[in-house]
Design a protein. Structure first.
Length: 83
């Protein structure tokens, strides 16, 4: 599922896109996770009331992400399976 800005979907960090994806997939907040590489992604997940995993190969480093509320980190995609 891919959802972008428009048609009532506001830009991140508003949770609209995440909520729409969960609706289309029939997923609950408890069984969903947001994966991102920025402080905006952390805030988007928080606004959608879901967990966030911050990736370390993207836009920001671990120290910056942690200072902005990140709790879970992965440095390579396969580590997502461990979380």
């Amino acid at each position: 599922v891919a959802v972008g800005e428009g048609n009532g979907i506001r830009r991140k960090p508003e949770p609209d896109g995440v909520i729409e994806v969960m609706r289309q997939l029939g997923a609950t907040a408890e069984e969903s996770v947001y994966i991102g590489d920025s402080d905006v992604d952390i805030l988007t997940a928080k606004n959608a009331n879901i967990s966030c995993v911050s990736v370390l190969w993207g836009f920001r480093d671990a120290e910056f992400l942690q200072c902005n509320g990140a709790m879970f980190f992965v440095s390579e995609p396969l580590q997502l399976l461990d979380i």
